[in-house]
Design a protein around this ligand. Structure first.
Ligand SMILES: [Zn+2]
Length: 315
């Protein structure tokens, strides 16, 4: 149908009818409400976290000191920069069994007003395993993706405490895991923050590792502060995620330990049951197809709720 067949008079009537129709529509249909939780910028978007993890893994094997590790760091920094806050790097030399390695933690801080601080941490390096094309989708990739998305959430989250998001380098041992050959980045930062006074204000450090496993079951780490573990279980139950979290405690060594040893209240959220009998751990089979956005959503929702809860604490 073409408009050219209509007379001027019928056009005027049509225009009037159209206006009346528009007026009716505006009266009858409420305008969309903007405060839906699904579109809130402080909602943890696990699809985005999963995509970040996939992009990080696409850098290939990225052990500390490698060219891929450096490229990944540059990519993380470029992603964090637009979020605002105080972005810095913490460069240091890791004294490894095979010699010195240049390493770098990445730190994003959103300053608060309370004089207290909370840190959410994880590692971005992947383990160098001779003769194995180890991509570390879950072990290194999931924590990288998680932290990038958490950083975006933190940028929009109302908070009184300083919020730190820390990407650790050198979590993996160069040879066999030991006290001196592992967690290079977190050992360095715990010591640095002890010297400069930052540690004294840190009320909690929440570390995530291997939290992308499709078949998610997060440890109740006995080395972590009991009250943080209890809070985590309570929040998980409240959110309907209770089944993904172990009730029985068992201890694990991870990036939280140097801070635990320095007296900080720490929490390590790790699923150390990756594949049948942990068969995908440190194997070429640690690839993106073993991960799910849903698992990242579970841990993301719990960590966001936990940080919100801790932030209001008057300790
Ligand atoms: Zn590992």
């Amino acid at each position: 149908m073409s408009k050219s067949f209509r007379s001027n008079e019928s056009r005027t009537i049509l225009a009037a009818k159209l206006l009346l129709f528009i007026a009716l529509v505006y009266t009858l249909i409420p305008l969309p409400v903007k405060s839906s939780s699904t579109i809130s910028p402080s909602h943890f978007d696990a699809v985005r976290a999963f995509t970040y993890a996939k992009e990080a893994v696409a850098f290939g094997e990225r052990p500390s000191g490698s060219a891929a590790n450096l490229k990944l760091r540059q990519w993380i920094l470029a992603d964090l920069k637009p979020l605002g806050g105080q972005l810095s790097t913490d460069d240091f030399t890791g004294h490894t069994p095979t010699g010195p390695l240049e390493m770098e933690n990445i730190i994003l801080k959103f300053p608060g007003t309370s004089g207290r601080s909370i840190a959410v941490t994880g590692h971005f390096d992947s383990k160098k395993i001779p003769m194995v094309h180890f991509l570390g989708a879950n072990d290194g990739g999931s924590s990288t993706g998680f932290l990038l998305e958490f950083a975006r959430v933190a940028a929009h989250m109302p908070h009184q405490d300083d919020l730190y998001i820390v990407f650790f380098d050198g979590e993996e041992a160069i040879g066999e895991w030991s006290q001196t050959d592992s967690v290079y980045g977190s050992r360095h930062l715990a010591s640095k923050w002890a010297s400069d006074g930052t540690l004294a204000h840190l009320t909690a450090l929440i570390n995530v590792d291997m939290i992308g496993d499709k078949d998610l079951d997060v440890m109740n780490d006995g080395n972590s502060a009991k009250y943080l573990r209890d809070k985590t279980l309570a929040i998980a139950a409240r959110l309907g995620y209770g089944a993904y979290f172990h009730k029985e405690p068992a201890g694990i060594d991870d990036d939280h330990m140097p801070f635990a040893e320095a007296g900080v209240n720490v929490l390590d959220l790790i699923d150390f049951n990756y594949g049948p009998n942990n068969a995908y751990w440190h194997q070429a089979s640690d690839t993106m197809d073993k991960l799910s956005a849903h698992s990242l959503q579970v841990v993301g929702d719990v960590v966001v709720a936990l940080v919100e809860d801790l932030d209001s604490q008057k300790k």
